[in-house]
Design a protein around this ligand. Structure first.
Ligand code: AP5
Length: 217
């Protein structure tokens, strides 16, 4: 299965991906996580990306397309779920063309829908583990021990792009550049619209309902 998970910043893409991958043996490829790893490692790619990320703008398409093509090459036979990519129509076209060269295509697109109000509340309250990437929320999903990751005990951080001001910029970028990607996929692919304002378990049930049907056909 080759799946794309779309949605505004903070819609819950990362949260849902982590719950889905184990069930189907898919690899989770998050463009944001890969970029953050590159930044932490101080690579050329990471350095090129940092100013865009810190302001809430998109990293240029050529950098992202090359980075994600390399990551997709390493995915298992069972397939992958893309989180945060593609984020422009140009990226979606490039992805389709590159898959088509190997006789492949995207099997399904899940579109997580939430209001701006929910996005701001979720992102300003998000806390992330700098080591394993687990995400928590100060109200909705607290770690067992205050400010420490349940998995590895690392001190949780508040991502620098989760400030109110940058979140507003990310939402603007999403509306202008990423929302058209939903319409692009609606022309040629099956797109499942999912109400992602429900609690995380309910959203997971909706996602799995759709994917289980896909697996059974
Ligand atoms: P990226 O890391 O992809 O950020 P994003 O898309 O803005 O998404 P997030 O990771 O912030 O949110 P999410 O939807 O995964 O939500 P989460 O599950 O964490 O990208 C960062 C930057 O990298 C971009 O701004 C850009 O500069 C660059 N970039 C990345 N990809 C790019 C590309 N393709 N092209 C160009 N540039 C690119 O949940 C959020 C919070 O809500 C958490 O606290 C969680 O616990 C909570 N939560 C989740 N679900 C629920 C629920 N159902 N109910 C209550 N709380 C919930």
């Amino acid at each position: 299965m080759r799946i794309v998970l779309l949605g505004a910043p903070g819609a819950g893409k990362g949260t849902q991906c982590k719950r889905i991958v184990a069930r189907y043996g898919l690899m989770h490829l998050s463009s944001g996580d890969i970029l953050r790893q590159e930044r932490a490692a101080g690579t050329e790619l990471g350095k090129k990306a940092e100013d865009y990320m810190d302001s809430g703008a998109l990293v240029p398409d050529d950098i992202i397309v090359e980075m994600m093509a390399a990551a997709i090459k390493k995915t298992p036979e069972a397939g992958f779920i893309l989180d945060g990519f593609p984020r422009t129509v140009n990226q979606a076209v490039e992805l389709d063309e590159s898959l088509a060269r190997n006789g492949q295509r995207i099997d399904a697109v899940l579109n997580l829908r939430v209001s701006d109000r929910v996005v701001v509340e979720r992102l300003t309250g998000r806390r992330s583990c700098p080591q394993c990437g687990a995400v928590y929320h100060v109200k909705n999903l607290k770690p067992k021990a205050d400010r420490l990751c349940d998995n590895d005990g690392a001190e949780l951080i508040h991502r620098s792009d989760d400030s109110r001001e940058v979140v507003n910029n990310r939402l603007k970028t999403y509306r202008q550049q990423t929302r058209p990607v939903v319409d692009y996929y609606k022309k040629n692919n099956t797109v499942y619209d999912i109400d992602a304002s429900k609690d995380a378990d309910q959203v997971t049930s909706l996602v799995l309902e759709n994917l289980d049907v896909l697996v059974s056909v």
